[in-house]
Design a protein around this ligand. Structure first.
Ligand SMILES: Nc1ncnc2c1ncn2[C@@H]1O[C@H](COP(=O)(O)OP(=O)(O)OP(=O)(O)O)[C@@H](O)[C@H]1O
Ligand SMILES: [Mg+2]
Length: 352
């Protein structure tokens, strides 16, 4: 039977304005196109779907709508854990919702904190240091080239060719610029030279899993509830040198309509298997639910060894453009089916 579903999102056009706002301030929020496409997909799946803006008005709007379940893609507006705010409200209202919960969304918005969890579990992520001031001493083990990015942003905010720094002077310049612009600790990582791939997954692990996912044939059992989408590779060769071989904010916003990629990425099947295993392990140790996308770089100086850059538990769902949507498309999963697969994973998890 069809459900009454509230689609919760933060629309860019509803975002608060404030003095001194950088022009990329709300680049990670959603458009009417995305929200309308999700509503249409859920309706095509036989449900009733209504968009509600994800802010404090939810306390009244949800009480009026009385949905059976919320389809949540809210990125949030303020604070260190902004993606966790709407789920926290939903839990206080005892309202089930799709995708990851409060803890996971708060954790994964913070890249350094996520990297500490990954490192604890022996999952490879580039060596790093966090800077709160531009003049903090650099860990001598961290050698150039390095990569500089904000700790808690998405959609490539703060990511340009200038994020790759080759000297102490360039590092200090980038740190000063990013601290001033984003008012948050800045993450400096070893620059991984090489190809870039991202792997999407829909569903949930089957049954309890001790520690991280098993490495042997047991993995098959816990993977049964996960649908791995084919890896998507960013086609850097199709972009001008100005982008520096990184997936920049400009590529993700201004040029998003002409995204150049390869999907399925031309990779050795063994490597695909390894990437899927890593994706499942990251999904597991960060506590993801229903859907996620894990970004990797393959180290060209170390036989394409994969490094985990970050996990996106609320991957973009812009029809025809977002990475996850393109991956689904490449495997014959049309947009409407992708949205309903995320919904069904949540329904099963909540017993709805
Ligand atoms: N350590 C690194 N070495 C090389 N390139 C990197 C590194 N960290 C980030 N990048 C480049 O910067 C891009 C953006 O980084 P990251 O995925 O962490 O940011 P994001 O803005 O959160 O992305 P998303 O849009 O997926 O939310 C990566 O896709 C990659 O091209
Ligand atoms: Mg990313």
């Amino acid at each position: 039977m069809g459900l009454n579903i509230a689609v919760l999102a933060n629309l860019k056009r509803n975002a608060p304005k404030y003095a001194g706002m950088p022009d990329d301030a709300w680049d990670d929020l959603d458009s009417d196109i995305t929200v309308n496409a999700i509503v249409a997909a859920l309706e095509a799946g036989g449900h009733r779907a209504t968009f509600l803006e994800g802010n404090l008005s939810l306390i009244e709007t949800l009480a009026a709508l009385k949905p059976d379940l919320c389809f949540n893609i809210c990125e949030g507006h303020w604070g260190d854990s902004r993606e966790a705010h709407v789920p926290a409200i939903l839990e206080m209202l005892r309202m089930p919702y799709t995708a990851s919960g409060v803890m996971t969304l708060a954790l994964t918005l913070d890249k350094p904190m996520t990297k500490r969890v990954l490192a604890f579990h022996g999952l490879s992520t580039p060596a790093f240091q966090v800077f709160e001031r531009a003049d903090e001493p650099r860990d001598p083990d961290l050698t150039f080239p390095l990569f500089v990015k904000p700790s808690r942003e998405g959609t490539g905010m703060g990511v340009s060719a200038n994020s790759v720094v080759n000297s102490e002077a360039e590092l200090r310049n980038q740190l000063a610029a990013q601290i001033a612009r984003y008012c948050q600790p800045i993450l400096v990582e070893r620059f991984i030279r090489g190809r870039e791939v991202t792997v999407g997954v829909v569903g949930n692990l089957v049954g309890p899993v001790a520690w991280r996912v098993p490495a042997d044939e047991q993995a098959e059992r816990v993977f049964e509830g996960l649908r791995f989408l084919p890896p998507l590779e960013v086609d850097f060769a199709a972009y001008p040198a100005s982008e520096g071989g990184v997936y920049t904010n400009r590529m993700k916003t201004e040029w998003a309509g002409d995204f150049r990629y390869l999907c399925p990425a031309p990779l050795d099947p063994k490597l695909v298997q390894q990437l899927n295993w890593l994706t499942a392990a990251v999904f597991r140790v960060t506590g993801c639910a229903d859907v996620a996308r894990v970004d990797f770089r393959l180290d060209a100086d170390d036989g394409d060894r994969p490094y985990i850059l970050e996990v996106n538990p609320l991957p973009g769902l812009y029809p025809g453009l977002s990475d996850l949507v393109l991956e689904a498309d490449a495997t014959g999963l049309p947009y409407n089916d992708l949205i309903n697969a995320i919904l069904d994973a949540a329904r099963m998890r909540h017993g709805l």
